[in-house]
Design a binder for this molecule. Structure first.
Ligand SMILES: O=P(O)(O)OC[C@H]1O[C@H](O[C@H]2O[C@H](CO)[C@@H](O)[C@H](O)[C@H]2O)[C@H](O)[C@@H](O)[C@@H]1O
Length: 281
């Protein structure tokens, strides 16, 4: 295989994806690359406090940061949590947008507005709601400051727990004027008005990026995939990458390229940096 040919992983299956890859390789310095954290950069684990990046992936991001215009992480986590768990401060110039874009971490500083009052309401009512729902033991609440998430991964029957919680959480979210965000064995109640699509689009505009790559694994990443599609209409070629799992299949269906989880993404990033650098003389 010549260095100009796609490797086994870096092979988009759509024309739009192939066009975006070509644009990125032709002019990497104007490309923006964005990544989700859990399930994409970090393998899924039972307790979110134990999350750690896929081996080698932070080093791959650091290599990429030398070559492309922007490396960003866009996550449902608080920005600082993702930076700490991921050791993301090892990536030069990285931008970390937390809480679906409501927070921005750059160079060790976090910029964020105050959370809406509905978050305090949810904080006070959620424990009793979870108890009353009949959700099985192992169901637990993650308080992220600006939002709260109810996790069922450690419950005996995670899907049944989610089914029991769905209606009561919907009712509470409506009363608190918050948005319900379903994910991988989790339902989150979070402020409205932001999503990963709006966050990605703003960053592309701010950086005047001329091509974009976005990688994600969960339902909360679909707005970013939609933003990539919309940016193509504005002459910004875009490539969507799914870090696949058996838990969520909608993301693979929407992607230009599918890799097998964070391990596959680490390999893809290594291949991408190799392709950008070109043949070694
Ligand atoms: O936008 P992301 O970076 O993908 O964050 C989405 C949610 O990720 C975390 O939950 C997920 O990962 C956990 C650790 O692997 C796993 O235990 C859980 O089942 C997953 O849903 C995080 O805890 C949430 O707050 C994020 O919103």
């Amino acid at each position: 295989m010549s260095p100009a040919e796609p490797g086994p992983l870096l092979s988009p299956t759509t024309d739009a994806g192939r066009a975006a890859l070509t644009a990125l390789l032709d002019d990497p310095s104007t490309a923006l690359t964005g990544f989700d954290f859990d399930g994409t950069l970090a393998p899924i684990v039972a307790d979110p406090r134990d999350s750690a990046p896929q081996a080698g992936i932070v080093e791959a991001l650091a290599d990429l940061a030398d070559l492309v215009g922007t490396v960003a992480v866009i996550t449902g986590r608080p920005a600082e949590t993702a930076v700490l768990l991921g050791g993301l401060d090892r990536v030069p110039g990285i931008v970390v947008l937390g809480h679906y874009g409501a927070e921005r971490w750059v160079d060790g500083r976090v910029i964020a507005a105050d959370p809406p009052p509905g978050v305090a309401l949810v904080r006070s009512e959620l424990p009793a709601l979870v108890e009353a729902s009949g959700a099985p033991a192992g169901t637990w609440i993650e308080d992220k400051g600006r939002s709260l998430a109810v996790h069922t991964r450690r419950a005996e029957d995670p899907d049944r727990a989610l089914a029991l919680l769905a209606e009561p959480l919907k009712e509470l979210a409506e009363r608190a004027e918050l948005r319900l965000e379903p994910g991988r064995m989790v339902i989150e109640l979070r402020p409205q008005g932001v999503d990963k699509g709006a966050a990605l689009t703003s960053l592309v505009e701010e950086r005047a990026a001329r091509s974009v790559l976005y990688a994600g694994d969960d339902l909360g990443d679909l707005p970013a995939f939609a933003a990539v599609t919309a940016l193509r209409e504005r002459d910004v070629p875009g490539l969507t990458v799914c870090s696949s799992s058996d838990e969520v299949t909608e993301v693979a269906d929407a992607a230009d390229l599918v890799v097998p989880g964070p391990a596959g993404l680490a390999e893809l990033l290594a291949e991408l940096t190799k392709r950008i650098r070109g043949p070694v003389e």
